[in-house]
Design a protein around this ligand. Structure first.
Ligand code: RFL
Ligand code: PHB
Length: 459
């Protein structure tokens, strides 16, 4: 009995003879780590070790304290967009994977984050059979508006990029679709996995351990995909002398609200105003998402709805403000802005993907889309490894992913720098900024550069 699928507590029995294990009498209780299926391959090894220590049939009760050891091909840390898209990519190719998530499903699905999906992301959702609701409810945007001190100009992204567009569909909806399909497809997710520790990453037998309801658990695997976001454990498991990090912290944040009111405009408006940046976005024809640049030390409590609406209207200018419908916000939060990249994105058998490896300021709407392109590269490399035994995709993963990451970092940094008010900004800096936006408005070439980055560069 080498591989045992476990749906519920199961008693395996084996006979111990002269330190060897034969089908027979000794017992071990194996608990599932989650309600989903696990393959327990190490039970015999535990019993064999105990037998060598003199244990006999019927004498193995203390083995219940042993770690439950399960085995999979790829351990995925984190059930955010990176982890879940990778889980689906691997499942489609029949590669075993287990996703370990620190929080519960409601928490992950409830996080209000991204809103704009690149074509690469929507194409992948279609390819994975996850796009039924996206195709029904997603709002395809062929253009976007840039406002300078209240004066609007449209960038026709589709015309400038040969027909590419972005789709407004909230990250919460994406996560919902990923989780629903995961249950239907038997993708294993362990929720509430506490104190995850990664070991043996520089060997060919990595081990992931964690606590489940206080009980120790262990997962042996061939590879670990570190998809656990900026604050996760994966990047921190890479030795400091291997990792190089690059960072810009911006001296402001975004105060964002969600309100059940129709959007001001059918396309997004990115506004540069002398009082600071503002963004008019949406989630649906009846739900709006608005942001304003704010100080890092500000408190949402100091921003009652009326103050927010007043400031938003000022920054968007009278033309857009006239179309704003005010209403009570049901979500209000402040997010800091950061550019961050860690290199390399691979160490031994650990592969970082998404926010675990890099962060962009949200201005370019790139964070989740980059997480998706990372795992497309990684998924392809893992499939190549398991199908043909070739390691070349795994070997080039880091450089391939980083090449796209840095271009998105550049774009997000640049778009942030031309649309936000910086504390040290003097007259010269402000005039350079307005000249840059005026140049974009007047130059199809400049518009095209913006558009092709915004809709997403090719893989
Ligand atoms: P996530 O989403 O942070 O998921 C990581 C998961 O790992 C879990 N985790 C652990 N699990 C086990 N053990 C541990 N030790 C763990 N530590 C952490 C976490 O609980 C979590 O579930 O990373 P991922 O998958 O790389 O996805 C990244 C995206 O979520 C992020 O880049 C985007 O939300 C960024 N973003 C946007 N991206 C876009 O592409 N388009 C947008 O329009 C866009 N707008 C935004 C955004 C992010 C924003 N905020 C709040 C940062 C707007 C905002 C305001
Ligand atoms: C959003 O709708 O949340 C959103 C849209 C565009 C961005 C960032 C966030 O650039």
């Amino acid at each position: 009995m080498d591989k045992v699928p476990v749906d519920q507590p199961v008693r395996l029995t084996v006979k111990v003879e002269g330190g060897n294990v034969l089908p027979g009498h000794a017992g071990i209780v194996v608990y599932p780590v989650d309600s989903s299926k696990f393959f327990v391959v190490a039970a015999i090894a535990i019993i064999a070790a105990a037998a060598k220590n003199g244990a006999e049939a019927g004498d193995l009760a203390d083995l219940r304290d042993e770690r439950i050891i399960v085995r999979t091909s790829v351990a995925i840390i984190g059930a955010g967009p990176a982890g879940m898209f990778l889980a689906h990519l691997l499942a489609r190719s029949g590669i075993d994977a287990v996703v370990l998530e620190r929080r519960d499903r409601a928490y992950v699905e409830g996080r209000v984050r991204a809103g704009v999906l690149e074509q690469v992301t929507t194409d992948l959702m279609r390819d994975l059979g996850l796009a039924e609701r996206l195709d029904r409810e997603g709002l395809v945007h062929a253009g976007t508006q840039i406002s300078l001190d209240g004066e609007l100009a449209r960038i026709d992204m589709a015309a400038l990029t040969g027909g590419s567009a972005v789709t407004v569909y909230g990250q919460q909806e994406v996560m919902h679709d990923l989780f629903e399909a995961a249950s239907a497809r038997g993708i294993q997710i362990v929720w509430n996995a506490q104190d995850v520790v990664l070991e043996g990453l520089d060997t060919d037998a990595p081990v992931v351990s964690w606590r489940q309801d206080g009980e120790p658990r262990e997962l042996r695997c061939d590879f670990v995909a570190g998809c656990d976001g900026y604050h996760g454990v994966s990047r921190a498991s890479i030795p400091g002398d291997v990792l190089r990090t690059f960072e810009r912290i911006y001296p402001f944040g975004w105060l964002g609200i969600l309100a059940e009111v129709p959007p001001a405009n059918h396309e997004l408006i990115y506004a540069n105003h002398e009082r600071g940046f503002a963004l008019a976005s949406m989630r649906s024809p009846t739900r709006s998402r608005y942001y304003i640049q704010c100080g890092l030390d500000e408190d949402v409590m100091d921003w009652p709805d009326e103050r927010f609406w007043d400031e938003l209207c000022l920054r968007l200018g009278s033309e857009a403000a006239a179309r704003i419908t005010r209403g009570p916000s049901f979500e209000k939060s402040i997010a800091p802005l950061r550019s961050f990249v860690s290199e390399p994105m691979r160490w031994g058998r650990l592969f970082l993907a998404g926010d675990a490896a890099h962060i962009v300021p949200p201005t370019g709407a790139k964070g989740m889309n980059l997480a998706v392109s990372d795992v497309m590269f990684l998924g392809e490399a893992l499939v190549e490894h398991y199908r043909g035994g070739s390691a070349s995709g795994l070997d080039t993963y880091s450089s391939r992913a980083l090449a796209r990451v840095w271009k998105a970092e550049r774009f997000s940094w640049w778009f942030t720098s031309i649309t936000h008010r910086f504390p040290e900004m003097d007259g010269f800096a402000r005039r350079i900024q307005t000249a840059e936006i005026e140049y974009i408005r007047g130059s199809p070439a400049a518009q095209r550069v913006l558009a092709e980055n915004y809709v997403g560069l090719p893989l």
